[in-house]
Design a protein around this ligand. Sequence first.
Ligand SMILES: Nc1nc2c(ncn2[C@@H]2O[C@H](COP(=O)(O)OP(=O)(O)OP(=O)(O)O)[C@@H](O)[C@H]2O)c(=O)[nH]1
Ligand SMILES: [Mg+2]
Length: 309
Amino acid sequence: MTKQRAAFIALIGRPNVGKSSILNSILPYKVAAVSNKPQTTRTRIMGIFTKGPDQLVFVDTPGFHRPKNRLGENMMKAVRTGMTDVDAAIMVVDAAPKFRFDPEALPPAELELLSAAKNRNIPVILAINKIDLLKNKEDLLSMIAAYSKAFSFAAVVPVSAVTKDGLSELLSEASKHLHESVHYFDDDAVTDQPERVLVSEIIREKLLRFLAQEIPHGIAVELERFYERDQKNGEPITEVHAVIYCERESHKGVIIGKNGDMLKKIGTAARLDIERFFGTKCSLKLWVKVKENWRNNPQSIHNFGLDLE
Ligand SMILES: Nc1nc2c(ncn2[C@@H]2O[C@H](COP(=O)(O)OP(=O)(O)OP(=O)(O)O)[C@@H](O)[C@H]2O)c(=O)[nH]1
Ligand SMILES: [Mg+2]
């Protein structure tokens, strides 16, 4: 029998570069929320890719940034733990930065991550993501040159999470860090996240997508009820009752929207995703409540499951 092999691979990088998108594109289904707002990922999320004797466990982490509140501090703790006991890291960078890319001065957050990897002796694969947005191939070459000058990467792979270009090469680079080991997860497991977390993250993702910049960062979603039952016609239906917590009364108004339109839009999008995920109908009921300044309240952070080390 072929010996089993395994590797833990951290996905690290600045906010919004596409770490979670890459993870979702590698896996058979989506496990991490993705949005165009920075700081979408709040905890460490594992995505598991098993092929025959080999198991790659990808550890998605929150985007590296200067924390502004206790939640942010917890998120940065999740980055540090995410980089502990891994066999390699994939640092994801954006090929189409909104800022002008300066080959002489890489973003400080990236330099900090690279030095953390170096201190821990973790080999780093550079994934230059969003190459589908690149108009000028010269830019890619100058990025590769600048990053390679700053750090000795195990490999540099241009990718696109959207078109899936380069992902098989990224997988084969990650596979070079496999070592003989029993598998840590069942061979058919795709994530370490419980179903109820996946469901609340689907709802939070829609809030991030549909709301303006400042509101979604102060949002948390808690499931009050979550179960499957049979309808009268005998078909199963997933029943979800969720509370959306925001930080201000004015935010609550925006989330509900005029005549409840915004909440309806968010609910419909979330319901469709939940139905696709479970392969059943879904009845989704949403409430909006205010919990002031919860992002600085350790008890609330704990209750929302955001203080996992
Ligand atoms: N065009 C294009 N957009 C991408 C690609 N990968 C990710 N995006 C977009 O980039 C945005 C950020 O993606 P995420 O996957 O949430 O980024 P992240 O690095 O996980 O962000 P945080 O969790 O906030 O740190 C989303 O709007 C994605 O749709 C890509 O390859 N091409
Ligand atoms: Mg993310």
